[in-house]
Every structure is written in C-alpha cells, then in structure tokens.
Ligand binder design. Structure first.
Ligand SMILES: Cc1cc2nc3c(=O)[nH]c(=O)nc-3n(C[C@H](O)[C@H](O)[C@H](O)COP(=O)(O)OP(=O)(O)OC[C@H]3O[C@@H](n4cnc5c(N)ncnc54)[C@H](O)[C@@H]3O)c2cc1C
Length: 376
C-alpha cells in the first residue's frame, strides 16, 4: 500500500522553504495554498545572514545574492541629523550584511527551486476547519469548484499564516497583544540623497520612520530607487524632509502589529511554523526569516524521525525572539514624552557601547542564538 505524503498548508515563504528543505532530505511533501496564484507583495524586504546560511546548501543563496542588494548597515536620523550608525561588517560571519530583496522575489526563487525538484504548489486548495486535523486528516476545498477532498497525511505542517485555520482547528491558543494604532507603509520612488545601501531609521515626535530600498530584480539603471517607507502612524510620507516622492505609491498598506506566540508548536500530527506560530512587529526584520528557520529545524527533525522534539527545540527560541522584538519595538515607538526622551537622547550613546551594538546587530541578523546541531 502506498503511504500518503506529508502535507504542507500554505505556500508563503515558510511553507515553500519547508518543502525545499524536506525535499533535500528525500521527503516529498504535498503543498497546497488557497490563493489562485502566488502573492506579488513585497512584504518582507530583508533576508538576514541566518537565512542565507540555511539556503546555501541548495544553491538558493547564490541566486538571491545575484538579485538582491547588500545592505551595509543602519543609519539613525533625528531632526535632519545623523545621530548614530551601525555597520554589519562588524559581524564575524561570511554574510556580514542584510540582503534587500522583495518577499515576492524570494518566494519566486523558492518556488522555482521546488518545481525543479518536481514539487508544484497545488493552488486554490483551502484547508477548512477540520475536526480530525490532529490525527492527520485535513479537509481541503477547491476555491472555485467547491469540490471537497479529505487529505490524510502522516503529519501536517501548518504554514498558513497569521490567521491559521489549522491553529483554530486544533484549538491552540495564540496569546499576546495587538497594538491599537495602525502602522502604515508605502513603497514609493523617492528623489533623495539617502544612501541606498543602508537602512534608515528616523526618530520623530510621533514615533519613527523606517526606510529600506525595495529590490525586486526588475530595476533598470538610472531609475530612482523605490523605498519602503514605514511609520507607526498615519501618512508617513508627510514626515520625509530629506526625500521627495516621485509619483504614486506602488503599494500602500496599513496594518495592526501583534506580538503573539502559540502555546504549543504542535498538537498531535499538526506542527506550526512561521506566522501561524508567531507574530511580531517588522522591527528587526525577523518574521519571514524566523519562519524559514522554523522550517529548517522542522525538516532536520523530520529527516531523523524526531518530530516529537520540535516543540522543545523551537518554542523557547521563538519565545525569546518575540519578546526581544517587542522590547525593541516599544523602545523605537517612543509613544510617551518620557519614552521619547530616553530614546532620542540615550539611543545614540547606547549604540556606542560594544555590548549594546552587538546585541542589536545579532538580533537584526538572526544570529542571536546558535542553530541546533543535527548529526549527518
Ligand atoms: C509590511 C511588512 C514588512 C515585513 N518585513 C519583514 C522583513 O523585512 N523581514 C522578515 O523576515 N519578515 C518581514 N515581515 C513578515 C513576513 O512578511 C511574514 O513573517 C511572512 O510572510 C510569513 O510567512 P509565512 O509563510 O509564515 O506566512 P504567509 O506569508 O502569510 O503565507 C501563508 C500562506 O498560506 C496560505 N493560506 C492561508 N490560509 C490557508 C488555508 N486555510 N488553506 C490553504 N492555504 C492557506 C496563504 O494564501 C499564504 O500563501 C513583514 C511583514 C509585513 C506585513
């Protein structure tokens, strides 16, 4: 009797990465997604050195490096002055930079690699509330024909994002908090003297602005740089004194930030990874990167038939990072007069201390904890 394949729900970056890592170990999963076609959103713009390490063996890092832009460091601005700079070349790592690359391009590279391995994403298949998911039985519905099928799998990886139906099906609590105030982003071409090989953080009285180039691989020489302008308040473009928008935003979005973590990384045969397991603010650029690391750990354990260790190995790491990003975000927001005073006056001085600078560098680059070692 042929055994049914393992099932991955969700073909975002985390589900795709998981399928790729598993395939490298000779495990061929089925991967389904409710979307009609891949997302073209630029969302996560920064691939960190940890992700570049994890994707190196499959040759994907070289493909990403060929398209992305190396970000050498971060510059902090206040009142039109540079008040601090942090450089990634201080890292002792073979990838001492962040790589600016649109999430849609990262996903395309992951998807093409999967296709070369003979795995195609099955689109328009939606996991619906499935009472027997815990036992490895998921109900999939075709989003157009409404045809239903019962997928039986030895295990299911739920990479179905922040609103995970898998998480709801197995009743796993997702405690944490959501900020009331919406954050707003624009991807927009700017005429500016801002160094395009750096991230820029600007402390303003209403909070902060974050700017990073949007790199898709479609850029033409001579075209103005498209920047992600993100603020934790409405109309962030109004706060740009050092840059002029050229034309309309290519993407504008507003969203509410949450810091949350599942109480368990698995229930029965269902395992969680990526946004289905943890959410935090984009400060630190960790969401997608942390999810890809979940996927790598999961695949290593699957290879060794040790999935029962996934929660024990992964939950403490994800917990530490969600808490750390929440603290960093609270500091950056500066939402009361007192907090702003501390941020504006202390941050530039603190960043001159080696220990503070190293903690920030290691957090942003994903190198703030070692990877577990797995015997060959
Ligand atoms: C503005 C912004 C900036 C960000 N910047 C960064 C950054 O710089 N670096 C970083 O690391 N992260 C960043 N992130 C976070 C990052 O985008 C997410 O962490 C990442 O997309 C999570 O990937 P995922 O695969 O877990 O989930 P998703 O990307 O949400 O993918 C989930 C997939 O599952 C599918 N799906 C959902 N429900 C079902 C269902 N019931 N059945 C079948 N399929 C389903 C969806 O269609 C989707 O394709 C940013 C996020 C935002 C919004």
């Amino acid at each position: 009797m042929t055994q049914s394949p393992p099932l991955i729900i969700g073909a975002g970056p985390v589900g795709l990465a998981a399928a790729g890592f598993l395939s490298q170990h000779g495990i061929t999963p089925r991967i389904v997604d409710k979307r009609n076609e891949p997302s073209q959103l630029s969302k996560a713009l920064a691939v960190n050195p940890r992700t570049l390490e994890l994707l190196e063996a499959s040759g994907l890092t070289d493909k990403m490096l060929a398209i992305g832009k190396k970000i050498a460091g971060a510059t902090i601005h206040r009142k039109d002055r540079i008040v601090a700079e942090v450089d990634f070349d201080q890292l002792e790592h073979r990838f001492p930079f962040m790589l600016a690359l649109s999430q849609a391009t990262t996903e395309r590279i992951l998807r093409e690699d999967l296709a070369e391995r003979g795995i195609e994403v099955e689109h328009q298949l939606e996991l619906v509330d499935s009472p027997q998911l815990e036992e490895g039985q998921g109900e999939l519905v075709h989003t157009e024909t409404y045809e239903r099928q019962l997928a039986k799998a030895p295990w299911i990886l739920a990479a179905d994002g922040a609103h995970s139906i898998a998480r709801k099906s197995v009743h796993v609590p997702f405690p944490g908090e959501t900020y009331d105030r919406a954050w707003v982003l624009d991807d927009i071409a700017l005429a500016s003297d801002l160094a395009p090989n750096r991230a820029h953080i600007k402390f303003v009285d209403d909070g902060f602005l974050f700017l990073l180039p949007v790199v898709t691989g479609e850029e033409n020489p001579g075209e103005p740089t498209v920047w992600r302008v993100l603020g934790n308040f409405p109309e962030p473009l109004n706060y740009l004194s050092e840059a002029n928008p050229m034309g309309e935003s290519l993407w504008n979005s507003s969203f509410h930030i949450s810091h949350r973590l599942v109480e368990r990384m698995n229930v029965g045969k269902v395992y969680f990874a990526g946004d289905a397991a943890h959410l935090h603010s984009p400060v630190g650029a960790r969401g997608m990167n942390l999810g890809i690391e979940d996927a790598w750990v999961f695949a290593e354990l699957a290879r060794q038939d040790r999935l029962n260790e996934y929660h024990k190995l992964r939950w403490p790491v994800d917990n530490m990072i969600v808490h750390r990003i929440k603290t960093m975000t609270g500091f950056a927001k500066g939402e009361s007069f007192f907090k702003r005073m501390i941020r504006n006056h202390l941050a530039p001085h603190l960043l001159r201390w080696n220990s503070v600078r190293e903690t920030m560098l290691h957090t942003v680059t994903g190198l703030d904890h070692p990877l577990p070692e797995f015997p060959e």
